[in-house]
Design a protein around this ligand. Structure first.
Ligand code: ATP
Ligand code: MG
Length: 539
């Protein structure tokens, strides 16, 4: 990967190494590819001085920052596997990832240190102070943390990059954890080869979405593999700088778009919902923004159309992928986007795909099937988890995605839903994402999450919607009930019988979501269980 990005064969040889590749969206600091190469080679000797060897694992835990980027590339140059962690993790979650990944050094945002300290008692190994490195510029080092070094303080003399010829390019470059939507997050071993072929595929399939004059919004968490593509791809193949922002925060994102004249953004659907409901967008000049690509979670035709109506100058498309495929497998490009709101696009050229029905047959055109994928970007396997690897890989190198899709006669794909999340109402299957897309159009619904709740009497799951209200004053239980009834009746007019919200509509303050944009249905299920227990007690 290092050779691909910095070597003679790299697509960026044609770009000037002294131009900014990353811009800190808050303070305007810049990082050029030349500076990045220099600091990476100096981190190689810095890591060796700490006794960190090739194929050791470094945990990288912080909000997006230039130091985060420098750590990632420096570890890559040193042949050290990087396991980036979600900044929103609580103590037991970071402990799980540090233990499971076997990390022996951690690069950490100073603001997360208290959580790490709380996690220490659950850690399998000790982290002496020199193996805890702070992600901040030297001048921002907190005084009370004098016992630790910041990133720049561990740099040594310029070292040699590790090269990964042949067999060794199957060493693990990245150990990202999947989002944990359907269970515990799994460590996904992404090899140097996997990521290199992903970048080559994007270079062919995605290139036309950005041009040399663009600036890209770096707002998705870099620790998630979708955000990670932004770190690698735009600055290194098309020479487009990334404006790095620590996390999604409405005002700082809007002002960064205006200030840096950002042209292209990779985002997740909840950001579209926030922009649609926002009263601040008109206060900023967003005219530079031409394209947005949504991914990581369902983006319905209804949401796409509402967005297009409100922001006609921004072309909104979708991408699709998963941690196990490094990650992007589909993108929307070309004129066929027209009339395909809610579709995820075509397969990137380095992948092969099958849609497999429940009977194990290949689905016919227009028929639903589970997506299976094969190709050089498919992971080596799950770390420490041969059982999960075996369950998810089919003979012939096929990775079973667990997602149900359809394909049309032009080779365009559409996601129906996850196999595990389809609600089973009697003999029917109800995709929650489809109902969410429709419900979001109701004028009094700001946000929504749908789950199936078990009904003992009828021995079936019933679709239930949790909604956040807008444009309506809710003071009493009666107001709440009225809104619930209104929304349920409104939906009933728009969907087939079996998709009606027989499990009810519950008004809530917010819909739980992960930083990578997914509705945390498991949290809604916990809530549903609690509501049920409370009800039983009342009775
Ligand atoms: P886990 O595997 O731990 O349960 P996860 O699958 O959510 O979590 P990720 O690898 O972050 O972890 O997400 C990949 C999944 O996200 C895909 O399998 C798919 O279900 C969903 N996804 C990604 N892009 C899209 C999209 N454009 N539309 C709908 N769903 C998407
Ligand atoms: Mg998954």
């Amino acid at each position: 990967l290092w050779d691909y990005l910095f070597g003679n064969e790299s697509p960026l040889q044609k770009f000037d190494k002294s131009l900014p590749a990353y811009i800190d969206g808050l303070d305007g600091r810049t990082l050029t590819r030349g500076q990045l190469e220099e600091s990476s080679l100096r981190l190689v000797s810095g890591l060796r001085a700490l006794g960190v060897k090739r194929n050791d694992v470094a945990c990288l835990w912080g909000l997006n920052s230039l130091e985060w980027v420098r750590t990632a590339y420096g570890c890559m140059a040193a042949g050290v596997t990087v396991s980036p962690a979600n900044y929103a993790y609580a103590a037991h979650e970071i402990a799980h990832q540090v233990n499971d990944s076997g990390a022996s050094v951690i690069f950490i945002d100073p603001s997360l240190l208290p959580v790490f300290d709380a996690a220490r008692k659950e850690l399998k190994r000790d982290f002496p102070n020199e193996r805890v490195i702070l992600l901040c510029p030297p001048e921002k080092k907190p005084k009370e943390l004098a016992q630790y070094k910041v990133f720049d303080e561990v740099l040594g003399a310029r070292g040699q990059p590790e090269h990964f010829p042949g067999q060794q390019s199957r060493d693990t470059a990245w150990l990202c954890y999947s989002s944990g939507t359907t269970g515990l997050p799994k460590g996904v071993m992404t090899t140097h080869n996997n990521m290199t072929s992903q970048l080559q595929a994007l270079n062919i399939g995605y290139q036309q979405l950005v041009s040399g004059r663009d600036k890209v919004l770096g707002i998705l968490p870099f620790s998630h593999i979708y955000g990670l593509t932004i770190v690698h791809f735009q600055p290194f193949t098309v020479g487009v700088p990334v404006v790095v922002l620590p996390r999604f925060e409405e005002i700082s994102v809007l002002s960064a778009i205006q200030k840096y004249k950002i042209t292209h953004g990779l985002i997740v659907p909840p950001i579209l919902i926030i922009l649609l409901n926002s009263t601040n967008v008109d206060k900023y000049d967003l005219s530079s923004l031409r394209t947005l690509m949504a991914g990581a979670a369902p983006c319905s035709p209804e949401l796409t159309e509402s967005f297009n109506k409100r922001f006609p100058h921004i072309a909104l498309t979708q991408g699709y992928g998963m941690t196990e495929c490094s990650p992007t497998t589909h993108v929307c490009t070309g004129e066929e986007v027209e009339g395909r709101a809610g579709w995820i696009g075509r397969l990137l050229p380095t992948f092969q795909a099958r849609l497999v029905t429940e009977d194990g047959e290949d689905a016919k055109r227009g028929e639903r099937g589970e997506l299976w994928l094969r190709g050089p970007s498919v992971m080596k396997g799950y770390h420490n988890n041969p059982d999960a690897t075996e369950k998810t890989m089919a003979p012939g190198g096929w990775y079973k995605t667990g997602d149900v899709l359809i394909i049309d006669d032009k080779g365009w794909y559409k996601v129906v839903d996850r196999v595990k999340e389809l609600i089973k109402y009697k003999g029917f299957q109800v995709p929650p994402a489809e109902l969410e897309g429709i419900l979001l159009q109701h004028e009094k619904v700001a946000d929504v999450g749908v789950i199936g709740v078990w009904d003992e009497a009828q021995a079936t799951e019933l679709p239930r919607a949790y909604i956040v209200a807008k444009n309506v004053n809710i003071k009493t239980g009666a107001d709440r009930d009225a809104l619930s009834a209104e929304v349920a009746a409104w939906l009933a007019e728009r969907v087939a019988q079996h998709k009606r919200l027989r499990g009810g509509v519950v008004v809530v303050e917010m819909i739980p979501k992960s930083p990578s944009g997914k509705i945390l249905r498991k949290d809604l299920r916990v809530r549903a269980q609690a509501e049920r227990d409370a009800e039983v007690q009342l009775r």
